[in-house]
Design a protein around this ligand. Structure first.
Ligand SMILES: [Mg+2]
Length: 194
């Protein structure tokens, strides 16, 4: 083997994306609990495939307060995630880990975003610097999670609310980029972490 040819692979840092689900990968249906209502957003499959082809590991982090509020079960939420994975057609599961946070906003938060706990566990487990990761999501809480975890935050304007306006009200204007598609967001991530 030619050592110089192998070197780039050996020295390439591990990279990972922690993705939100509703409004980021699939259409945001408030309190979604029916798998038949799962619809992928445009460019999502292409964006995730691009990330995978670049060796980026994918993680899923979704707040499901409907579980904590007693509106549906954790299994209902997970069935919707499984339907999304089926629609993605990227193998049995393109995500290395999935975190479904069931807490209602009033309950003590463990994994509920903006808790950085899930991200911190990933960083510890993979031994990777947070600078090689990013959160991608459609809400201020996704970006706040990124800030709390000391990693990058990348917004997508594909949710129900105006993310740019929400970030402005949080004082994040101009601090975190917002893209109109997941594909643009992933391309940005690949560019800034190469
Ligand atoms: Mg969302």
């Amino acid at each position: 083997m030619n050592p110089s040819a192998a070197a780039p692979f050996l020295t390439r840092p591990h990279r990972g994306l922690i993705l939100d689900r509703d409004g980021t990968l699939i259409h945001h249906v408030p309190y979604l609990h029916s798998p038949e209502k799962v619809i992928l957003l445009p460019s999502v499959r292409e964006a995730l495939e691009l990330a995978i082809n670049h060796g980026v590991e994918l993680y899923l982090h979704t707040n499901q307060s409907g579980v904590g509020r007693g509106m549906f079960s954790l299994e209902d939420a997970e069935r919707c995630t499984l339907r999304m994975i089926e629609l993605l057609e990227l193998g049995p599961c393109p995500f290395r880990r999935i975190c479904t946070a069931p807490e209602s906003p009033e309950a003590p938060s463990i994994y509920r975003k903006p808790s950085p706990r899930f991200a911190q566990e990933i960083f510890a487990e993979t031994g990777t610097s947070p600078s090689h990761f990013a959160y991608i999501g459609d809400r201020g809480s996704d970006i706040e999670t990124a800030r709390n975890a000391g990693t990058r935050g990348i917004g997508v304007a594909t949710g129900l609310d105006d993310l740019r306006q929400e970030l402005a009200s949080l004082g994040f204007s101009g601090v975190y980029p917002v893209f109109d598609s997941l594909l643009d967001a992933v391309n940005h991530f690949l560019e800034v972490t190469q």
